[in-house]
Design a protein around this ligand. Sequence first.
Ligand code: DX5
Ligand code: ZN
Length: 230
Amino acid sequence: MPRSTWPPCRDAVRIAPSLLAADFGRLTDAVHALEGSGAERIHVDVMDGVFVPNFTFGTDTVRVLRRETQLPLELHLMIVEPERHVHTFAEAGADAITVHYETSPHLHRTLQQIRALDCRAGAAINPSTPAAMLDDALECCDLALVMTIDPGFGGQRLIDSTLRKVTTVREEISRQGLQTEVEVDGGVEPENAKACVDAGADVLVAGTAVFRNPHGPAAGVAALRQALAG
Ligand code: DX5
Ligand code: ZN
Protein backbone atom coordinates (compact mmCIF):
# COMPACT_ATOMS: atom_id res chain seq x y z
CA MET A 1 0.00 0.00 0.00
CA PRO A 2 1.69 3.28 -1.09
CA ARG A 3 1.85 5.82 1.70
CA SER A 4 0.90 9.46 1.39
CA THR A 5 3.46 12.15 0.85
CA TRP A 6 4.34 13.69 4.19
CA PRO A 7 4.54 17.44 3.55
CA PRO A 8 7.95 18.88 4.41
CA CYS A 9 6.56 22.00 6.09
CA ARG A 10 8.69 22.92 9.05
CA ASP A 11 7.63 26.54 9.34
CA ALA A 12 3.85 26.68 9.28
CA VAL A 13 1.73 25.26 12.06
CA ARG A 14 0.11 21.99 11.05
CA ILE A 15 -3.50 21.10 11.86
CA ALA A 16 -4.43 17.48 12.41
CA PRO A 17 -8.21 16.97 12.68
CA SER A 18 -9.11 14.09 14.97
CA LEU A 19 -11.74 11.71 13.62
CA LEU A 20 -12.85 11.00 17.17
CA ALA A 21 -15.27 13.91 16.86
CA ALA A 22 -16.57 12.90 13.42
CA ASP A 23 -19.80 11.00 12.80
CA PHE A 24 -18.60 7.36 12.95
CA GLY A 25 -21.38 6.38 10.56
CA ARG A 26 -19.93 8.70 7.92
CA LEU A 27 -16.20 8.44 8.35
CA THR A 28 -15.47 8.41 4.65
CA ASP A 29 -17.43 11.65 4.23
CA ALA A 30 -15.41 13.08 7.10
CA VAL A 31 -12.07 12.36 5.47
CA HIS A 32 -13.28 13.59 2.10
CA ALA A 33 -14.35 16.85 3.72
CA LEU A 34 -10.78 17.39 4.88
CA GLU A 35 -9.27 17.19 1.39
CA GLY A 36 -8.39 20.74 0.41
CA SER A 37 -9.42 22.10 3.81
CA GLY A 38 -5.90 23.15 4.74
CA ALA A 39 -5.50 20.31 7.23
CA GLU A 40 -2.14 18.64 6.67
CA ARG A 41 -2.89 15.23 8.15
CA ILE A 42 -5.60 13.18 9.79
CA HIS A 43 -5.33 12.13 13.43
CA VAL A 44 -6.75 8.68 14.14
CA ASP A 45 -7.31 7.83 17.80
CA VAL A 46 -7.03 4.13 18.52
CA MET A 47 -8.38 3.13 21.95
CA ASP A 48 -8.50 -0.31 23.51
CA GLY A 49 -10.77 0.07 26.54
CA VAL A 50 -7.82 -0.82 28.79
CA PHE A 51 -5.32 2.03 28.71
CA VAL A 52 -8.25 4.40 28.27
CA PRO A 53 -11.90 3.76 29.12
CA ASN A 54 -13.17 3.87 25.55
CA PHE A 55 -12.98 1.95 22.26
CA THR A 56 -12.56 3.37 18.78
CA PHE A 57 -10.90 2.28 15.56
CA GLY A 58 -8.92 -0.81 14.60
CA THR A 59 -6.79 -1.83 11.66
CA ASP A 60 -9.74 -2.48 9.34
CA THR A 61 -10.92 1.10 9.77
CA VAL A 62 -7.42 2.36 9.05
CA ARG A 63 -7.41 0.31 5.83
CA VAL A 64 -10.65 1.97 4.74
CA LEU A 65 -9.33 5.44 5.59
CA ARG A 66 -6.15 4.73 3.64
CA ARG A 67 -8.22 3.81 0.60
CA GLU A 68 -10.32 6.98 0.89
CA THR A 69 -7.74 9.74 1.37
CA GLN A 70 -4.37 10.92 0.17
CA LEU A 71 -3.80 12.89 3.36
CA PRO A 72 -1.23 11.40 5.74
CA LEU A 73 -2.73 9.30 8.52
CA GLU A 74 -1.18 9.71 11.94
CA LEU A 75 -2.27 7.08 14.43
CA HIS A 76 -2.41 7.83 18.13
CA LEU A 77 -2.33 4.46 19.86
CA MET A 78 -3.95 4.61 23.27
CA ILE A 79 -3.51 0.90 23.79
CA VAL A 80 -1.48 -1.34 26.06
CA GLU A 81 1.44 -3.26 24.55
CA PRO A 82 1.47 -1.15 21.38
CA GLU A 83 4.61 -2.93 20.20
CA ARG A 84 2.46 -5.98 19.44
CA HIS A 85 0.33 -4.04 16.97
CA VAL A 86 2.47 -1.40 15.26
CA HIS A 87 3.31 -3.77 12.43
CA THR A 88 -0.37 -4.36 11.57
CA PHE A 89 -1.21 -0.68 11.77
CA ALA A 90 1.72 0.20 9.49
CA GLU A 91 0.59 -2.43 7.02
CA ALA A 92 -2.94 -1.00 7.15
CA GLY A 93 -1.60 2.31 5.88
CA ALA A 94 -0.40 4.46 8.76
CA ASP A 95 2.11 7.20 7.90
CA ALA A 96 2.93 7.95 11.53
CA ILE A 97 2.37 5.98 14.71
CA THR A 98 2.46 7.50 18.18
CA VAL A 99 2.65 5.32 21.28
CA HIS A 100 2.34 6.39 24.90
CA TYR A 101 5.29 6.53 27.25
CA GLU A 102 2.94 5.15 29.92
CA THR A 103 2.31 1.94 27.94
CA SER A 104 5.82 1.39 26.61
CA PRO A 105 8.48 0.18 29.06
CA HIS A 106 10.89 -0.31 26.13
CA LEU A 107 10.16 2.96 24.40
CA HIS A 108 13.34 3.21 22.31
CA ARG A 109 12.77 -0.25 20.90
CA THR A 110 9.15 0.48 20.04
CA LEU A 111 10.04 3.78 18.35
CA GLN A 112 12.79 2.09 16.37
CA GLN A 113 10.37 -0.64 15.42
CA ILE A 114 7.98 2.01 14.05
CA ARG A 115 10.71 3.73 12.04
CA ALA A 116 11.81 0.38 10.64
CA LEU A 117 8.26 -0.02 9.32
CA ASP A 118 8.82 3.17 7.32
CA CYS A 119 6.49 5.22 9.52
CA ARG A 120 7.16 8.36 11.50
CA ALA A 121 7.49 7.56 15.17
CA GLY A 122 5.83 9.50 17.95
CA ALA A 123 5.87 9.32 21.74
CA ALA A 124 3.06 10.76 23.86
CA ILE A 125 2.85 11.75 27.51
CA ASN A 126 -0.25 12.15 29.65
CA PRO A 127 -0.89 15.40 31.54
CA SER A 128 0.41 13.92 34.80
CA THR A 129 3.64 12.59 33.25
CA PRO A 130 6.62 14.94 33.60
CA ALA A 131 8.13 16.26 30.38
CA ALA A 132 11.53 14.87 31.36
CA MET A 133 10.27 11.33 30.81
CA LEU A 134 10.60 11.96 27.08
CA ASP A 135 14.08 13.47 27.16
CA ASP A 136 16.09 10.34 26.46
CA ALA A 137 13.72 9.08 23.79
CA LEU A 138 13.47 12.30 21.78
CA GLU A 139 16.31 11.31 19.48
CA CYS A 140 14.12 8.39 18.31
CA CYS A 141 11.01 10.56 17.90
CA ASP A 142 9.76 12.34 14.81
CA LEU A 143 6.89 13.58 16.95
CA ALA A 144 6.51 14.39 20.64
CA LEU A 145 2.87 14.49 21.65
CA VAL A 146 1.96 16.38 24.80
CA MET A 147 -1.54 15.44 25.90
CA THR A 148 -3.42 18.53 26.98
CA ILE A 149 -6.27 16.43 28.41
CA ASP A 150 -6.41 12.98 29.96
CA PRO A 151 -6.86 10.71 26.95
CA GLY A 152 -9.98 8.70 26.26
CA PHE A 153 -12.62 11.19 25.17
CA GLY A 154 -12.96 14.21 22.96
CA GLY A 155 -14.68 17.41 23.94
CA GLN A 156 -12.77 18.00 27.17
CA ARG A 157 -11.30 21.29 28.28
CA LEU A 158 -7.57 21.85 27.74
CA ILE A 159 -5.62 21.64 31.02
CA ASP A 160 -3.75 24.96 31.09
CA SER A 161 -0.76 23.70 33.08
CA THR A 162 0.13 21.25 30.28
CA LEU A 163 1.24 24.16 28.10
CA ARG A 164 4.25 24.64 30.38
CA LYS A 165 5.28 21.11 29.46
CA VAL A 166 4.96 21.93 25.79
CA THR A 167 7.57 24.62 26.30
CA THR A 168 9.81 22.29 28.29
CA VAL A 169 9.67 19.62 25.58
CA ARG A 170 10.26 22.22 22.85
CA GLU A 171 13.31 23.57 24.68
CA GLU A 172 14.76 20.10 25.18
CA ILE A 173 14.33 19.31 21.48
CA SER A 174 16.24 22.49 20.61
CA ARG A 175 18.89 21.72 23.22
CA GLN A 176 19.47 18.33 21.61
CA GLY A 177 19.48 19.88 18.12
CA LEU A 178 16.63 17.66 16.90
CA GLN A 179 13.91 18.23 14.31
CA THR A 180 11.21 16.47 16.33
CA GLU A 181 7.77 18.03 15.98
CA VAL A 182 5.81 19.01 19.07
CA GLU A 183 2.12 18.18 18.94
CA VAL A 184 -0.67 19.09 21.35
CA ASP A 185 -3.81 17.01 21.64
CA GLY A 186 -7.00 17.66 23.54
CA GLY A 187 -9.29 20.64 23.97
CA VAL A 188 -7.62 22.69 21.24
CA GLU A 189 -9.97 25.35 19.92
CA PRO A 190 -9.66 28.78 18.28
CA GLU A 191 -9.62 30.43 21.74
CA ASN A 192 -6.43 28.66 22.84
CA ALA A 193 -4.73 27.70 19.55
CA LYS A 194 -2.34 30.65 19.64
CA ALA A 195 -1.37 29.92 23.24
CA CYS A 196 -0.49 26.36 22.18
CA VAL A 197 1.71 27.62 19.36
CA ASP A 198 3.28 30.31 21.55
CA ALA A 199 4.10 27.56 24.05
CA GLY A 200 6.01 25.70 21.33
CA ALA A 201 3.56 23.46 19.47
CA ASP A 202 4.09 22.78 15.74
CA VAL A 203 1.05 20.57 15.29
CA LEU A 204 -2.45 21.10 16.68
CA VAL A 205 -4.77 18.12 16.96
CA ALA A 206 -8.38 19.23 16.98
CA GLY A 207 -11.47 17.05 17.06
CA THR A 208 -14.43 18.99 18.37
CA ALA A 209 -13.21 22.31 16.96
CA VAL A 210 -13.10 20.84 13.45
CA PHE A 211 -15.90 18.30 13.22
CA ARG A 212 -18.45 20.03 15.42
CA ASN A 213 -18.13 23.34 13.64
CA PRO A 214 -21.69 24.12 12.50
CA HIS A 215 -20.41 25.08 9.04
CA GLY A 216 -18.47 21.86 8.53
CA PRO A 217 -14.92 20.59 9.02
CA ALA A 218 -13.29 22.90 6.48
CA ALA A 219 -14.76 25.88 8.37
CA GLY A 220 -13.40 24.40 11.59
CA VAL A 221 -9.90 24.25 10.14
CA ALA A 222 -10.26 27.78 8.78
CA ALA A 223 -11.34 29.09 12.19
CA LEU A 224 -8.21 27.63 13.76
CA ARG A 225 -6.03 29.17 11.05
CA GLN A 226 -7.71 32.50 11.51
CA ALA A 227 -7.13 32.37 15.25
CA LEU A 228 -3.44 31.72 14.61
CA ALA A 229 -3.19 34.59 12.18
CA GLY A 230 -4.86 37.06 14.51
C1 DX5 B 1 -8.44 12.01 23.14
C2 DX5 B 1 -7.78 12.07 21.81
C3 DX5 B 1 -7.84 13.38 21.12
C4 DX5 B 1 -9.22 13.94 20.98
C5 DX5 B 1 -9.17 15.40 20.72
O1 DX5 B 1 -7.95 10.96 23.87
O2 DX5 B 1 -6.43 11.70 21.86
O3 DX5 B 1 -7.22 13.26 19.84
O4 DX5 B 1 -9.94 13.35 19.96
O5 DX5 B 1 -10.49 15.82 20.62
P1 DX5 B 1 -10.88 17.27 21.10
O6 DX5 B 1 -10.23 18.19 20.16
O7 DX5 B 1 -12.36 17.25 21.02
O8 DX5 B 1 -10.37 17.41 22.50
ZN1 ZN C 1 -5.35 11.83 19.93
